[in-house]
Ligand binder design. Structure first.
Ligand code: SF4
Ligand code: SF4
Ligand code: SF4
Length: 331
């Protein structure tokens, strides 16, 4: 009964949670813009929001390697590393819950899909095209893992972290969005256009971050399970699946593309046919997955803030100099 109520409001809950994180990210972006303006042209001081580092996953991967090799936590972009580790832990424990419930980019494409599907059905490419396309994000991921995980020794890591590029990377990202090049506009436009045709184009085929989380999610003890005996083969779960997975043909969904959005369970008309399960046995109430994802994420934030590993130790005066240099480099 309780699960049935959860099923009814699940899509709405997901939109609300994703939307709240997206609004928070917009607020972070605005605060960072104000800080950047203060640092480069003056005006009212606004402190730099550490959460802006969430958008620097490559730097976070470098910091993670340093943490593993030396035990030292990055003090330059600590919030970025905290958020990265939180996303990895969430993937290990609760599938790709970061993608399904938190990531604002996923939310944008989720909204786009909701809007487009009012007018037309989004396509899913045939297997001969789907598999090569799927390999793109894993190739990108392999490239980063090779470059950072394999090739970079501690000296190279230290050099990268102290480099002006690493110190100004948040400003470079802002400048990228404020003054996008024609190539960048063409690439972003292409991704959006293709997303009007193919379901989840960016997340499914191109995002290496999602690829990494998907690989970790293989180890997650939480799974979607289907009871053969109850299934009426209506395929409503497959139509609802945000990742176009063949839910109605499997007993357990172990696919690395599964983002734990639970839309399949919400769409299933037969009570108890699709379930969230722990280690393939114990049935778990649906609400626990989003709750666990959000609470884990907040726990990382609180612990980092409490222990002093959230705020950067770069002084504002250095940001002033380094951001001015970023503007000069752009011209
Ligand atoms: S695949 Fe990438 S962009 Fe998509 S929701 Fe996951 S982390 Fe975000
Ligand atoms: S299988 Fe279910 S939980 Fe996984 S992505 Fe598809 S709809 Fe979401
Ligand atoms: S929605 Fe439920 S009953 Fe229908 S095919 Fe999927 S698992 Fe079976």
């Amino acid at each position: 009964m309780y699960n049935e109520v959860c099923k009814k409001y699940l899509s709405l809950l997901r939109l609300l949670v994703q939307g709240s994180f997206a609004v928070f990210c917009l607020w972070v972006g605005y605060r960072f813009y104000r800080f950047f303006t203060w640092a480069t042209v003056g005006g009212d001081y606004v402190s730099r929001p550490p959460a802006v580092e969430a958008f620097l996953p490559v730097g976070a991967l470098v910091s993670l390697k340093k943490l593993i090799l030396t035990g030292e936590f990055d003090r330059l972009h600590p919030a970025g590393l905290t958020i990265f580790i939180a996303a990895l832990v969430i993937a290990l424990l609760f599938r790709k819950g970061f993608c399904g419930w938190i990531c604002p980019v996923g939310f944008i494409f989720n909204l786009q899909e909701i809007l487009v599907s009012r007018f037309r059905r989004l396509l899913h490419p045939p297997k001969w095209l789907d598999y090569p396309l799927l390999s793109l994000k894993y190739l990108l991921l392999a490239f980063f893992l090779y470059l950072i995980g394999w090739k970079m020794n501690i000296k190279a890591i230290e050099g990268f972290m102290r480099s002006p590029y690493n110190l100004m990377v948040d400003a470079k990202m802002l400048l990228f969005f404020l003054h996008p090049s024609l190539t960048a506009l063409a690439v972003i436009g292409f991704i959006f256009l293709v997303s009007f045709l193919l379901r989840n184009f960016w997340c499914r085929y191109l995002c290496p971050y999602g690829g990494l989380l998907g690989l970790l999610a293989f180890l997650s003890p939480l799974q979607i399970r289907r009871e053969h005996s109850l299934c009426i083969d209506c395929k409503k779960c497959e139509s609802a699946c945000t990742q176009s997975l063949r839910v109605a043909q499997k007993s357990v969904i172990l696919d690395p593309e599964c983002v734990g959005c639970l839309e399949c369970v919400a769409a299933c008309p037969i009570s108890g046919c699709l379930n969230l399960s722990l280690l393939g046995r114990k049935k778990v109430s649906l609400i626990w997955l989003p709750l666990a994802v959000i609470l884990t994420f907040l726990l990382f934030y609180l612990v980092a803030g409490w222990s002093g590993y959230w705020q950067t130790n770069i002084p504002d005066e250095l940001f002033k100099r380094i951001y001015t240099l970023a503007i000069r480099q752009m011209r």
